[in-house]
Design a protein around this ligand. Structure first.
Ligand SMILES: Nc1ncnc2c1ncn2[C@@H]1O[C@H](COP(=O)(O)OP(=O)(O)OP(=O)(O)O)[C@@H](O)[C@H]1O
Ligand SMILES: [Mg+2]
Length: 495
């Protein structure tokens, strides 16, 4: 049985690594002979087989193929409907994990417990959905670790990196910027910022546009008119993008059955010009991250590259120009998160993380100048506070004779309640007959497992109430649901 196993459940590819007896982590290939498994599931219509990986990506019907499901992990009510059956992001992810578990256990023995990585900016819901997906696949999760933390751990071990490090992770679907300090075995996260929906998939869309324009010019017709043709062309675009990381000029043959093929010349120069706006956006996020920490580029000792899209030469050059020194690439930039997760499983390092999202409560806030007020999101624990932590805010009751004080627990940065998630509620009954203006202290604590606890204390009566936030909204599975679905998924044939 393999003891120390880590899984990177990625937007476009997933990977599993374990720690060899000599202490070095290694990627375990799947049964298709690949080191990484595309996070794509194809729902076969004949035998009900769920095909995961490259074959799912390359073949078949787009209506039966699920891509990029990780982008929906924070939305438990999101479903994909195929053959009149609805599937949640958790269930689709469980199929990907099931394939990894089954394929890799043929090589390294039974896999029971794992460390799974999540993007630093995954919220409570998405983290919970990830743990549930693992459970459905028959895997216990000993820890969730943030992707940049895992990657940093791998770099620290394989490259002996120390000091203040900026992890630039540009994957298939997201950009994550993390600034951390590595001191031997200790890792202190100073900040994690991310942009969802900024990654390799956006580059593919741009290449697709270039191909479609050129095709129109040459053949006087549309390259794709339905989703199946669009998917095919998109895949060719992705292949071309990867080739352009190696070559300066390539020729790609694209086409469809009705309007024939076209040979399209693509140059690295043109591609770079087309994506330069996106790359500049990533640098703006780097600047923003440094600004929030009051740091200059020269305060960073090393920039490390994570994610397949950092293979694009222009990305590396832009970073080099910005920092004045070359970023470090371990080469296997799309594997280092899984490798670091395995290292983490072996030895729970002393990692001090930061809270990746702000927690607050809804309160009536009055503008002292104008005397007008509104219900706003009042932040109790700000984003990027080192965890574990415990922070309090005192509020006053706004009405006479209040007998029930209710606190709504929010997650998000905006002061406008419409743009934050309500993840829980606590109600505290207080003695009757009191005037408005009684003090109530709200305390939130955030523990090492990234769980939030809340306490409400009525200062006058000394009455208090504690809750551990358990989000029980639509689509979140109960323990019985998990058991039932695990049994159900076990019967499904995954190839
Ligand atoms: N040689 C290359 N040149 C350019 N892009 C590449 C290259 N190799 C891989 N990519 C791109 O990297 C992306 C996948 O990277 P990776 O596997 O790190 O992402 P992921 O972990 O699935 O996504 P995320 O971290 O956003 O969840 C894809 O968009 C892929 O096209
Ligand atoms: Mg990734």
């Amino acid at each position: 049985m393999a003891k120390y196993v880590g899984i990177d459940l990625g937007t476009s590819t997933s990977g599993l690594a374990y720690v060899r007896p000599d202490g070095n982590p290694e990627i375990v290939p799947n049964a298709d002979g690949e080191r990484l498994t595309p996070s794509v599931v194809y729902f076969d219509q004949y035998e009900g087989i769920k095909v995961v990986g490259s074959s799912a990506r390359d073949g078949g019907d787009p209506d039966r193929t699920v891509h990029n499901i990780k982008r929906h992990m924070d939305d438990p009510s999101f479903t994909i409907e195929i053959d009149e059956q609805k599937w949640t992001p958790t269930e689709i992810s469980a199929m990907i994990l099931s394939k990894l578990k089954r394929d890799c256990s043929q090589i390294i023995g039974d896999i029971k417990e794992i460390v799974v990585t999540v993007p630093a900016n995954f919220n409570e819901l998405a983290r919970k959905a990830t743990v549930t997906a693992a459970k459905l696949a028959g895997l216990g999760v000993s820890r969730l670790v943030n992707e940049p933390t895992a990657a940093a751990l791998y770099y620290a071990q394989s490259r002996n990196i120390d000091g203040r490090v900026l992890v630039y992770d540009l994957g298939g679907g997201t950009l994550d910027i993390t600034v951390l300090e590595i001191d031997g075995d200790n890792i202190d996260i100073l900040l994690s910022e991310g942009a969802r929906h900024l990654g390799g998939a956006n580059f593919d869309e741009i290449l697709l546009e270039i191909l479609a324009d050129e095709y129109r010019k040459q053949n006087g017709a549309e390259l794709f008119i339905d989703e199946r043709q669009r998917r095919r062309a998109l895949m060719l675009g992705e292949d071309a993008k990867k080739m352009l990381s190696k070559l300066y000029r390539i020729t790609e043959t694209v086409g469809n059955d009705s309007d024939g093929t076209a040979r399209i010349e693509l140059s690295r120069e043109n591609f770079e010009a087309a994506v330069s706006r996106l790359i500049t956006r990533t640098i703006m996020l780097v600047e923003q991250a440094l600004d929030s920490l009051d740091l200059k580029p020269s305060d960073i000792d090393h920039v490390v590259l994570v994610g397949g899209s950092t293979r694009i030469p222009k990305v590396q050059q832009t970073l080099e120009k910005f920092f004045g020194f070359s970023p470090i690439s371990c080469g296997n930039v799309d594997e280092c998160v899984a490798l670091g997760a395995a290292l983490f499983a072996q030895k729970a390092r002393k990692v001090s993380e930061v809270c990746n999202i702000s927690y607050g409560t809804l309160a009536y806030i009055e503008d002292a100048r104008t005397g007008t007020g509104s219900i706003q999101n009042s932040i109790v624990i700000p984003k990027n506070t080192p965890i574990p932590c415990s922070m309090s805010q005192t509020y006053i009751t706004s009405e006479d004779n209040e007998e029930l004080i209710e606190v709504e627990i929010t997650q998000g940065e905006d002061s406008d309640p419409r743009y934050v998630d309500i993840i829980g509620k606590i109600g505290l009954e207080v003695p009757p007959g009191r005037p408005a203006g009684c003090e109530v202290t709200v305390t939130y604590s955030y523990d090492e497992n990234q769980r939030v606890h809340a306490q409400i204390l009525d200062e006058q009566s000394g009455l208090s109430k504690d809750v551990s936030i358990e989000y029980k909204g639509e689509g979140v599975l109960s323990d019985e649901d998990i058991e039932r679905k695990t049994a159900y998924l076990k019967q499904i044939k995954i190839a």
